[in-house]
Write a protein of this length. Structure first.
Length: 203
């Protein structure tokens, strides 16, 4: 008698790319609150890569949402280059980035029930975004102590590039999200270990 093979139910197959996209957006949101949402809204507005938002989150692609997200993105990126302000943004990001991660993950799920989409977004997006944010904030704190804050703008620029790369590639090729995240986690961990090691030597 042949062994049974576990397969993914056909009705769930269309959700796999959306889930992978949501995971990528959540990880990117852990670095920058508004940039991943701006990229998602822009892609949906102009139908890049066939991007379509869930009906209940279509407002993200509105002109008002695009302008608001663009302004918030610029303010966050510029503010993160300023000493003291960057730590204030990280403090606010402890709450705002998990929310952004959950929102991004929920918005791309083609689920008719908004409550279910929101719940999946919270379960998938919020913890991942918070985890990335926690590593980022810890690295920034160690950099502040070891370099008197002088190295923070360079770290911030690297985070901008990483958030942009993860978000854009997640939208274009969600199937690559697991590989992207493995690389990103490895890089973040190496940077974190490096700054913590420098902090111990300085102490």
């Amino acid at each position: 008698m042949p062994e049974s093979v576990t397969t993914v139910p056909p009705e769930l197959l269309p959700l796999i790319p959306a889930l992978l996209l949501g995971v990528g957006l959540a990880a990117s949101s852990g670095l920058r609150t508004f940039l991943p949402l701006l990229m998602l809204a822009f892609a949906a507005k102009f139908n890049f890569f066939g991007m379509a938002l869930s009906e209940n989150f279509a407002w993200l692609a509105s002109d008002l949402a695009l302008y608001s997200l663009a302004a918030a993105t610029v303010i966050e990126i510029l503010g993160d280059k300023i000493p003291v302000v960057d730590h204030a943004l990280d403090a606010v990001g402890t709450f705002s980035r998990p929310v952004a991660g959950a929102l991004g993950a929920a918005a791309v799920l083609n689920i008719s029930d908004p409550a279910t989409a929101a719940m999946v977004g919270i379960i998938v997006g919020a913890p991942l975004s918070f985890g990335v944010h926690a590593v980022k904030a810890g690295t920034r704190g160690a950099s502040t102590v070891t370099t008197a804050g002088m190295g923070n703008p360079l770290l911030s620029l690297g985070e901008d590039i990483m958030a942009l790369f993860i978000g854009a590639l997640s939208i274009a090729l969600p199937i690559l999200v697991p590989v992207i995240l493995l690389i990103a986690v490895y890089l973040l961990w190496k940077i974190y270990r490096g700054t913590r090691g420098l902090l111990r030597r300085t102490a």
